[in-house]
Design a protein around this ligand. Structure first.
Ligand SMILES: [Zn+2]
Length: 369
């Protein structure tokens, strides 16, 4: 790794980590002098006794920053806008810092978890981090050069290792919400990392299936799925040296693509240099296709709102059967129409997809660069 990592503290004690592309980047030494007061402590989690799932209760998040004007962007370097931002330095390549309005935090307001009767609650311990992909406010992930994507991958891996080692953390989840349709509250290109004190529902379902498959066959489910997709071929979109992008057999979203590594690895930490570099290439290729997937009535490409979700092995359990993959999907079902998660999806948790997965794959192949 040739990047340079600098850990600093913000005025309220939150950590900020600069990941610079090259070791000779200017030193990141600026001091955050904003009068921030005390950092916001963790709220709590409650267990939904009917489903067994945990729900984070974070009342303070209602006051968080919502779509500020560009010159008040909290993710631009300080000095570009009219107010000091969350990043004290005048520039950066990639920067990660603890969210000021976290759903999970390392410091708890309340004591240990308790149960009364059926009801169980616990402090929402963990960490929520923001990852800024570039200091360029008007860029997007898809417009980053490959070497910068590599720095982002290294930052994700660094955070996965460090957060996963925290006693309270059970799952590290790196993700990007892109586009106002997804509910993004800041325009600046960024993603987030949640370090949960429990294994969330989807991770738990993935682990249950992976474990059962391993017990039955002695093999990894993720590896068998990738082999089956490669053999079928009709849903494969990009087949790189170390990564394959394919539309899953039972895609649930109107646009959905998965990226999986050739080698069996539980998480981003385990990827070697060549795999990280190839991930940058394949992911940029896929993101380019997504932004050409729909065209508007003038024939102009429609920038696709999407969610990119990294599914990694849980931090403490099931690491021997879990296999890393990335799920990227969109709620846009036409250039102008959103798919709403209505009765069946939200009420019953049963997805209905109006688009044939093979058609999604054919379109993604068609719009290659
Ligand atoms: Zn900005």
């Amino acid at each position: 790794m040739t990047l340079r990592r600098t850990s600093r503290r913000l005025a309220d004690g939150r950590e900020i980590i600069y990941f610079d592309d090259a070791p000779d980047a200017p030193p990141r030494t600026a001091v955050d002098s904003r009068p921030l007061g005390e950092r916001i402590p963790a709220g709590h989690i409650r267990r939904d006794v009917l489903t067994g799932e945990w729900v984070a209760i974070a009342g303070h998040r209602q006051t968080r920053t919502f779509m500020p004007p560009k010159d008040e962007c909290p993710l631009c370097p300080t000095g570009r806008g009219s107010v000091p931002s969350e990043i004290p330095d005048r520039d950066y390549d990639v920067v990660v810092f603890e969210n000021r309005f976290p759903s999970f935090a390392p410091v708890a307001q309340e004591g240990a978890g308790t149960a009364y009767g059926l009801f169980e609650h616990a402090p929402a311990l963990g960490r929520c981090e923001v990852v800024c992909f570039t200091s360029d406010h008007d860029a997007s992930f898809a417009s980053l050069p490959p070497h910068r994507v590599r720095t982002v991958v290294d930052a994700w891996a660094d955070r996965t290792a460090e957060l996963g080692a925290m006693d309270s953390v059970q799952q590290v989840f790196c993700f990007e919400n892109r586009g106002p349709e997804i509910g993004v509250t800041l325009h600046h290109p960024h993603g987030q990392i949640y370090a949960y004190p429990f294994v969330p529902a989807r991770s738990s379902a993935l682990l249950g299936r992976a474990r059962a498959h391993h017990e039955r066959t002695g093999r990894l489910l993720g590896a068998d799925v990738l082999a089956a997709e490669l053999e079928a071929g009709e849903r494969v979109v990009v087949d790189g040296e170390h990564w394959t992008a394919y539309v899953p057999y039972a895609a649930r979203w109107p646009v959905e693509v998965h990226l999986a590594p050739r080698r069996d690895v539980p998480d981003l930490v385990a990827l070697d240099d060549a795999e990280r570099d190839d991930l940058a290439r394949v992911y940029l290729d896929v993101l380019g296709r997504l932004d050409r997937y729909y065209v508007d009535e003038d024939g102009e490409p429609r920038t696709l709102p999407y969610i990119a979700a990294w599914h990694q092995a849980p931090a403490k359990v099931g690491r021997d059967v879990s296999r890393l993959h990335l799920q990227v999907f969109s709620i846009l079902r036409s250039p102008t129409k959103l798919k709403y998660l209505a009765g069946s999806e939200s009420g019953a948790g049963a997805w209905v997809n109006d688009v044939l997965p093979e058609r999604i794959a054919a379109r993604l192949r068609e719009v290659g660069a």
